[in-house]
Design a protein around this ligand. Sequence first.
Ligand SMILES: [Zn+2]
Length: 444
Amino acid sequence: MYTSGMAKIAAKTVFKTILLTSGWAKNIAVEVDDGGIISNISVGETGGIDGIAIPGIANAHSHAFQRAFAGKTEKRGKDGDDFWAWRKVMYSALKDVGPEELRAIAAQLYVEMLKSGYTGVAEFHYLHHQADGTPYENRTAMSDALITAATDTGIDFTLLPVLYMRGDFGEAGVDDDQRPFTNSPDDYSALLQMLQGKCQIGVALHSLRAVPEEIVREINSVSAGGPIHIHIAEQVREVNHCFETHGKRPVEWLLENADVNAAWNLVHATHINADEVAGIAESGATVVLCPTTEANLGDGIFPLENFLKAGGRYAIGSDSHVSVDPREELRLLEYGQRLTLKRRAIAGENPGATLWQGALGAAAMGDALDGIQVGARANIVVLDENSPAIAGCKGDEFLDALVFAGQPSPVRDVMAGGVWRVKDYHHPGEDAIKAAYLSTFNKL
Ligand SMILES: [Zn+2]
């Protein structure tokens, strides 16, 4: 198996054209410290690399194991198909995924992410145990598999171990097919403890339906300053169940009952009313949108225009991995608005540039700063200026063309955490990782 252990930090790189947090610039040197953080940016350098350098984007919501089933569940059953029918298929498909399989699947996925311009991933990890719910002898076996896949590929990585305790609002336990996900609060705390120091860690509550109310109220004290993620209002059915149980909608209930702040990431805040739009924006929380998965599962459309007007923060994720490309997520995010509002350029004057720079996702990873600036992670994507996709562009037009027309992708080189992981459209481990993935997949 390929491992990226030998890869070196690019201590200083000069870029001919680069999009800094402060704007477009020419002939810029970016210096990176041993921890992969940008330590200095200086102007007036010569001999820079060709191409258009832009900030890398974090994939703020991923369930790695679902990569193996993406595109394989597109068949309507006798009684039609919806999110809940899809979930049954997904539950039955994950039964054979153990640590070895998960490592192979995640490594393939993370190479795909890097090559598409995702420089980091926040892994919303709930597949903790064996299919019947029996914990592995090593309780961190599945987490370790994901950490190893991230290390092997070099993607920036934040693990979000998920707490999952019940099947639905008001229930005491889980269904049989949810046993691989379940932990008691004590076991969950122990898991977090065991993972400390292995990688960047946050916490995640699966959803309001899957976690008792008192734990949602207390979760800030468990998170130790890291990011907090939750699936919040993906499906109309769960919004209705929440309302029947609490007399409140999910986001409404959360904002009233938990200390929602800038550490929080509300995944699929799809179904929100005007008060909830304002409330999330005011809290400083990030909304994590996964437009291709949300479209695939028939979830609904997030009210982006109103949320941006309220000053809300957002990030994107590939979630079930029906697409692993930030351009497709951002394009569909804008197109959902165009189709419902019957206007163009909803996200901004240059919607591609607005969306790319708005969705960088550092907060979802637990990082302090976004973009290419001193103190931020050195996460940089270089576009091939000779690609037909972006030919003739200037400034923000590069990002508009990238998001709305970039086939094939002009993403040529990718630096994650200060290390070049993709060069000339190629990841050094991709052949070995693909071979391992295919051999694993064929046994599933
Ligand atoms: Zn999810």
